[in-house]
Write a protein that binds this ligand. Structure first.
Ligand SMILES: [Zn+2]
Length: 268
């Protein structure tokens, strides 16, 4: 077995385990519950979940998506979060050259999944995950300057802070202008703090690309939803998941996209 394949499997499984933990956080954090205690229990019948019923994906399939005690369906969302996190961990490994770079992406992707699913369900992005992500990004950039494509620690630190500032300012301006023009809150301040956290990871170029990509996905998906009328569009649509998707695309393909764009425009 090649080491490449071995580590791919390891990171995929680590992603499944992290996804399982994120499911707990997604359920408990917006409800103000502790994410450590008590151990996992069924939200329907409150009975404890045995360790062999708590193995990511495997247990879900084995139990055919139902609680062993009460037989109530376990939302497919749990499965989706686990598989999605596993795929993101795998791509973090495949798209990185150093261990710190893998860790950097893994933490960012975990925070993005956490914030997105809480935003979808509760229209809020927790300050805790933004703060933890921001501090991690700034510290890691300072300790491992190559994460910001730098040789010197204070330049990498500057890039990380500048990324946060650029994201904060850009989306903050959109939020402010939008609320003035539409006479209602177009975008929550939570999104502005969220993009600042993302910017601390990506630096200023990729945070701007993140906002552009998120707006593009939002426009396309929003148009499609309106076309098929699958959803009542009068309600607020959370922007967090779009920003998260934009961030993943920017982190994995951003350098290629920017390179392509500038060669396309005849600038080199
Ligand atoms: Zn149950």
């Amino acid at each position: 077995m090649s080491p490449y394949f071995f580590w791919s499997v390891v990171y995929f499984i680590l992603g499944l385990i992290m996804g399982s933990f994120l499911n707990v956080c997604i359920y408990r954090m917006p409800r103000g519950l502790s994410i450590i205690a008590p151990p996992s229990h069924c939200p329907e019948c409150n009975s404890g979940i045995l360790w062999y019923d708590n193995i990511p994906v495997v247990s879900y399939l084995f139990l055919k998506g139902r609680c062993r005690q009460c037989g109530k369906p376990i939302p497919a969302l749990y499965l989706i979060v686990e598989v999605l996190t596993a795929l993101l961990f795998l791509s973090a490994y495949l798209f990185s050259y150093t261990v710190p770079a893998i860790m950097f992406k893994i933490v960012l992707f975990s925070v993005l999944v956490l914030a997105s699913f809480i935003d979808i369900k509760h229209f809020v992005i927790p300050d805790e995950s933004n703060l933890i992500g921001f501090i991690f990004a700034v510290l890691m950039s300072t300790l491992f300057p190559h994460l910001q494509s730098r040789d010197i620690w204070y330049l990498a630190l500057g890039d990380s802070l500048l990324g946060a500032f650029a994201g904060f300012l850009t989306l903050g301006f959109v939020s402010f202008a939008g609320s003035r023009l539409l006479k209602k809150d177009a975008m929550g301040f939570g999104d502005v703090k969220f993009i600042a956290m993302i910017g601390a990871f990506t630096g200023w170029k990729l945070v701007l690309l993140t906002i552009m990509t998120a707006s593009f996905i939002g426009a396309v998906l929003g148009g499609a939803l309106m076309l098929f009328k699958t959803r009542n569009l009068k309600g607020r649509i959370p922007f967090g998941p779009y920003l998260a998707a934009g961030a993943v695309i920017s982190v994995l393909f951003g350098k290629a996209i920017i390179g392509w764009y500038f060669s396309f425009c005849g600038i080199s």
